[in-house]
Design a protein around this ligand. Structure first.
Ligand code: BGC
Length: 242
C-alpha cells in the first residue's frame, strides 16, 4: 500500500510517497521550509501544500516533533507553543481532505529503522535516539513501539537532557566533537541504565557524523548509526498506517 509520508522538522517539512510493505520511497522527496513561526495554521498550510504537490488523495502519515496522544500534540518543546492541545490529525485531515495519522517524529524514525533499517530482524529492546535540534527517542520492544518516551526531556545534570547533549548545543556552544561526545556519552549511559536496551540506533543530523564520535561512546551494548538517514522520518510516518 502507498502512503504519503511527511516528516515535520525544525527547518524543513519533507514528504514522499512510501510503499509501506517494502519500506521504500516510490517518489523523490519534496521539501518545503518549515514556516516561522510554525503555528498550527501555518504548518497545516504547508502540509496541504505537500499533499497538493503529490496530487495526493490517499492516506497520509505525519511525523511531528511533539508527544502525540490520540492525534493531539501534548507538548511543544521545539515548535510553536500554540501546538499544545491542538488536534494535529483533525487539523491536517481538514486542510488536506485526506485521512491523516500523526505520530511523534522520533517514534516514526524508530519504526522505520526497526522494520527496514539498522534494527531489522533484531528481537528484544531497540532504543533509537535522534540527535538534532532536540533529542528524540523511540523504544521498540519485539517489534512493538512504546510511543512518546520523550527521553530528550529527562532531567539530567540539573537541567533538561536535550539542553545539554543535543547537536544544536554542540553547535551553539562551539564544542569540539570530542567535548560534545563526552556529554552525549554521559547521557547515553544514563538512558542505558534506565532501559538496558539490546541495541542503540543513533539517528538525526549528528548520526551522519557517527565516525567523529563513535569511539567516545561507552555503554556496553551495540551502538549503530541509523541506516535510512534522510528517509527514516518519511518512511516511519507512513508506517503509522501499518
Ligand atoms: C521533542 C520530541 C522530538 C524531538 C526530536 C524534542 O524536543 O520533545 O517530541 O521527538 O525533539 O524532534
Amino acid at each position: 500500500m502507498d502512503i504519503l509520508g511527511i516528516d515535520v522538522g525544525a527547518s524543513g517539512i519533507k514528504g514522499a510517497v512510501v510503499d509501506i510493505k517494502k519500506g521504500g520511497l516510490v517518489t523523490l522527496r519534496h521539501r518545503i521550509p518549515t514556516p516561522h513561526p510554525a503555528t498550527p495554521k501555518a504548518v497545516a498550510k504547508s502540509i496541504a501544500e505537500m499533499a497538493e504537490y503529490f496530487k495526493w488523495r490517499g492516506k497520509i502519515g505525519c511525523g511531528f516533533p511533539a508527544a502525540i496522544h490520540k492525534g493531539i500534540a501534548v507538548t511543544a518543546a521545539n515548535i510553536d507553543k500554540k501546538w499544545v492541545d491542538e488536534n494535529a490529525e483533525k487539523l491536517f485531515s481538514k486542510t488536506t481532505g485526506c485521512k491523516v495519522k500523526v505520530l511523534n517524529d522520533a517514534d516514526a524514525a524508530g519504526l522505520a529503522e526497526a522494520n527496514f533499517g539498522a534494527g531489522k530482524g533484531i528481537k528484544g529492546k531497540i532504543m533509537l535516539l535522534t540527535i538534532g535540534t532536540g533529542i528524540g527517542s523511540a523504544l521498540i520492544v519485539d517489534g512493538k513501539l512504546v510511543s512518546n518516551t520523550e527521553l530528550g526531556h529527562l532531567r539530567f545534570k540539573g537541567g533538561i537532557a536535550e539542553h545539554y547533549a543535543a547537536d544544536s548545543i554542540r553547535k551553539r556552544e562551539n564544542l569540539s566533537w570530542k567535548e560534545w561526545a563526552h556529554r552525549f556519552d554521559e547521557y547515553l549511559n544514563h538512558v542505558y541504565r534506565l532501559f538496558y536496551p539490546d541495541l542503540f540506533i543513533l539517528g538525526g543530523g549528528a548520526s551522519k557524523k557517527f565516525d567523529k564520535f563513535k569511539d567516545h561512546l561507552t555503554p556496553p551494548v551495540k551502538i549503530v548509526p541509523a541506516t535510512l538517514l534522510n528517509e527514516a522520518g518519511i518512511v516511519g510516518a507512513a508506517l503509522a498506517w501499518k
